[in-house]
Design a protein around this ligand. Structure first.
Ligand SMILES: NC(=O)c1ccc[n+]([C@@H]2O[C@H](COP(=O)([O-])OP(=O)(O)OC[C@H]3O[C@@H](n4cnc5c(N)ncnc54)[C@H](O)[C@@H]3O)[C@@H](O)[C@H]2O)c1
Length: 588
């Protein structure tokens, strides 16, 4: 029989602590909620009542249950109030010295059989445990933000944690309605070890003015299918906490430069821009603690007047699924489309593929039948690029091969009238290399349709150091008419989405390789702890391990940082032909 914890103490009622109090009290556990000052205690109480009042307003909690929940909580300043509880969980700032001192005090104050737990995200639970005289009763219970919502709890056992303490805490998690993953004591555990390199990378993108905060966040939300963008997430976590987690992971986790906190993060923390909790971080909020973003000096101006010389005709070059989809997308949006396909492709088959794509839109109620027919009427097919002389925009979607694309773009540049925007849909090649092959690089941009088959409507508009403002503006205006979100970024490997997504997937493979956690635990952790729609291994199997390896190689070749080197296990699986769902075998 697992020991039942009937009363728990929570120390620190900030971003995490107040939510943890709510989780316990909701499950019928008596809670002693402790802070360091009267003001902080009041803030914690206000967070708790605000959250439970919102749950009542949204019909997720009955008013009587809210009152019962609040009655279970006793608020106190100072640790002495914790002398009789069965379990203490601390959620004070992420600093080892502070936590070690706190645990030494708890060891003195709490009854001998009490379990002492830390909610640390990255610090060594072992080092915290040995500050007490009862290290076998010390454990990590790592909740995710917001604690009442996220289902995952990482239970961190050290080499000295007693087996019965682990079992008791696992039973407690089940009682709280949480799913636990029990793991060893390693910096960042599972979820944060995979999350924070990605978050820090996003900060370096803002720092380098590679793309705007809005474009980075929307690209990852829509293009990556994530519940929120990385910068908005950091504001939720707290920039001070994020800084400390990264700093610890850098020092404990093998000095991977990707965990070395971006200088901008340090500056923001020093300036008191801590995220939602201080009312300002990457975004500005209505007031401290609010989730409502308000406009500030960096908020982009609303879209101006439409261009005086809008795009009317679009050329699409290529054979194959991507090109056919693009023909359908442009025709459905009302453009006259000149579809140029190589002689090797049967035009009737290509036309049928476009029709199928449009039929799918009709089946999904995105397009009426008459509109589909009108769209088909707007398409002219040809095998000759000379037909593209008068188009306003030409988009190439041929094989991702540098020489093939260079030759094609040089040909298009010679054929198309001056001012035609020349766009490449490459996802892996440097756009500037292609632009220079045209002799008119000002007219060249990248238009990377992120996952063109999916309903995620993001297009990365890649601006090289030679792209003209007019070409980028035209691309932006066209994306808007396609009902897609255009995000503008510089010409770097992986643009925004792939550059942020694939290293995270690669890190998951390294974690598996290191034997720290299995595929199921890692997939669970990212889904239930971070709200990701798919875990990294399921995603890798779906994308194709060969595709992931190609992107990762390209990132590594450009960034030269060992942290981006493809995981050996990924290389081996690709060599063995285990490419994922497509071949029936990958990580699963
Ligand atoms: N923020 C997140 O998203 C998140 C998620 C999971 C885990 N964590 C972990 O939770 C812990 C707390 O992080 P946070 O973001 O909630 O920090 P926070 O800064 O929002 O809150 C910390 C709280 O602790 C209080 N405090 C400081 N010293 C204290 C003491 N001696 N006694 C009692 N209270 C004290 C502070 O007044 C403050 O209210 C950290 O270890 C962090 O790594 C944070």
């Amino acid at each position: 029989m697992a020991r039942e914890f009937t009363s728990v103490g929570v120390v620190g009622l900030g971003t995490m602590g107040a939510g943890i109090v709510e989780v316990f009290a909701r499950s019928g556990v008596d809670v002693v909620a402790v802070e360091i000052t009267d003001d902080a205690l009041e803030r914690g109480r206000t967070t708790l009542t605000g959250s439970t009042d919102r749950a009542v307003a949204k019909g997720r909690l009955a008013a009587a249950d809210r009152d019962a929940l609040l009655d279970r909580v006793t608020f106190a300043v100072g640790l002495d109030a914790l002398h009789a509880v069965d379990l203490v969980i601390e959620a004070v700032p992420e600093r080892l010295d502070l936590k070690r001192r706190l645990f030494a005090d708890l060891d003195r104050i709490c009854k001998p059989e009490a379990v002492l737990a830390t909610n640390t995200s990255s610090l060594s639970v072992t080092e915290i445990a040995v500050a007490t005289g009862r290290p076998e009763q010390v454990i990590g219970i790592h909740f995710f933000n917001p604690a009442p919502v996220m289902k995952l709890v990482e239970v961190v056992r050290t080499v000295v944690t007693a087996d019965d303490v682990v079992a008791d805490v696992e039973a407690l998690c089940a009682r709280l309605g949480k799913v636990d993953v029990t793991i060893g004591d390693r910096a960042g555990f599972v979820a944060n070890a995979l999350l924070f390199g990605y978050l820090n990378h996003a900060v370096t993108m803002v720092e380098a003015r590679y793309a705007t905060r809005e474009d980075i966040d929307v690209a990852m939300k829509l293009g990556g299918g994530l519940p929120m963008g990385p910068l908005a997430l950091m504001d939720l976590i707290g920039l001070d906490t994020s800084y400390e987690v990264l700093d610890t992971m850098y020092r404990r986790g093998g000095r991977d430069r990707r965990h070395s906190p971006a200088p901008l993060l340090r500056q923001m923390v020093t300036a008191g821009l801590l995220g939602r909790k201080s009312g300002r971080g990457f975004y500005t909020y209505e007031r401290p603690g609010s989730s409502k973003v308000v406009p500030d000096a960096q908020t982009p101006a609303p879209a101006g007047e439409p261009p005086t010389d809008p795009v009317r005709t679009v050329g699409v070059v290529g054979a194959g699924a991507s090109a056919h989809r693009l023909v359908a997308v442009f025709a459905a949006a009302g453009y006259q489309v000149v579809a140029v396909s190589p002689e090797s492709e049967d035009l009737a088959t290509a036309g049928a593929a476009v029709r199928t794509a449009l039929d799918e839109n009709v089946a999904q109620d995105q397009l009426g039948e008459a509109d589909r027919d009108a769209a088909l009427d707007r398409i002219t097919w040809s095998t000759a690029s000379t037909e593209l002389a008068d188009v306003d925009l030409v988009v190439e979607a041929v094989a991702d091969d540098l020489d093939v694309k260079k030759a094609l773009l040089a040909d298009l540049a010679a054929v198309c009238k001056p001012g035609t925007v020349l766009a490449t849909t490459t996802s892996v090649l440097p756009v500037i290399d292609l632009a220079m092959a045209t002799g008119r690089p000002d007219d060249v941009v990248g238009l990377h349709f992120v996952h063109p088959g999916a309903a995620t409507p993001v297009v990365e508009i890649v601006r090289t150091i030679r792209s003209s403002v007019a070409a980028v503006d035209t691309a932006r205006a066209v994306c808007a008419t396609l009902g897609r979100t255009g995000v503008v970024c510089d010409d770097r490997a992986g643009f925004i989405v792939d550059a942020l997504l694939f290293p995270y997937l690669n890190d998951a493979v390294r974690m598996l390789e290191a034997g720290y956690a299995g595929t199921d635990d890692v997939d669970h952790a990212m889904k239930l702890g971070c709200g990701y729609p798919t875990g990294p291994f399921a995603l890798l199997d779906a994308i194709g391990l060969d595709v992931a390896l190609a992107v990762q190689r390209r990132l590594y070749a450009e960034l030269r940082d060992p942290g981006f080197a493809p995981a050996p296990l990924l290389e081996q699986l690709v060599t063995a032909g285990h490419l994922g769902d497509r071949t029936g075998r990958g990580f699963r």
